[in-house]
Design a protein around this ligand. Structure first.
Ligand code: AP5
Length: 215
């Protein structure tokens, strides 16, 4: 099993480029943000515990996240996977390493998508997601064919509750702290690859594929 991690500030395009990588490489896309939003939509105990943290733009406690990801790795059945949004703390990174070692695997590449704050703020400000299937769009950069309607399933497009200005600013601050810790953790292990994400999704995907070919 090959394991790739995708990191980057909120709104940099992790979800967008993950869909493209999933289609191109056939790897499983495990997004902890998506899993948490599904848990909230289903009204599970995890969803109840995570919702307040997410709406405020704070991290969900490590204990909840680790249990969620361990379960996903077992469901993965040994295939290659792309982890998007996990780990976010050094404690999560250590538990992931231990869990992968037990499964005869390791983190093969950590892709850090980079873009300045003004770019991610424009992307988050115009983001719309389908309330039914979760597909992502942008009112200007990646518009749906019909305003407010999902191209994929016809569902209504809405804004995420954590895309309010106050929550966005907190998420950016949390990310800066989190990444400072994780950058040195993965740099020491020789698996960190920064990729410029200011261009189109196609350009970002090409940058990631080049980085993976060097991993
Ligand atoms: P999560 O869902 O992971 O959110 P995030 O990291 O803040 O990232 P986003 O989903 O906001 O952005 P993205 O980079 O995927 O961008 P997208 O592709 O949508 O986590 C949410 C919350 O869950 C966290 O705050 C935390 O509370 C909790 N959580 C999750 N994991 C956790 C963990 N491990 N530990 C603790 N808590 C955890 O793109 C954004 C917009 O830009 C879209 O409109 C898109 O269409 C557009 N766009 C994308 N690429 C481009 C491009 N190249 N050019 C122009 N527009 C683009």
């Amino acid at each position: 099993m090959k394991v790739m991690l995708l990191m980057g500030p909120p709104g940099v395009g992790k979800g967008t480029v993950s869909e493209r990588l999933h289609a191109r490489l056939g790897c499983r896309h495990i997004s902890t943000g998506d899993l948490l939003r599904e848990s909230i939509a289903k009204g599970t105990s995890l969803g109840h515990q995570a919702q307040g943290h997410m709406t405020r733009g704070e991290l969900v406690p490590d204990g909840l996240m680790v249990a969620l990801v361990e379960e996903q790795l077992d469901l993965n059945g040994g295939g290659d996977c792309l982890l998007d949004g996990f780990p976010r703390t050094q404690a999560q990174a250590q538990v992931l390493d231990k869990g992968l070692t037990e499964r005869g695997a390791r983190v093969d590449a950590v892709i850090e998508l980079t873009a300045p704050d003004d770019v991610v703020l424009k992307r988050l400000g115009g983001r719309r997601v389908c309330a039914t299937c979760g597909a992502g769009f942008h009112v200007t950069f990646i518009p749906p064919k019909s305003a407010g309607v999902c191209d994929r399933c016809g569902g209504a497009l809405v804004q995420r509750p954590d895309d309010r200005e106050e929550a966005i600013l907190r998420r950016l601050a949390v990310y800066a702290r989190q990444m400072a810790e994780l950058r040195s953790y993965y740099r020491e292990r020789g698996v960190l690859f920064p990729v410029d994400a200011t261009g189109t999704p196609e350009q970002t995907e090409a940058g990631i594929l080049t980085a993976l070919s060097r991993a």
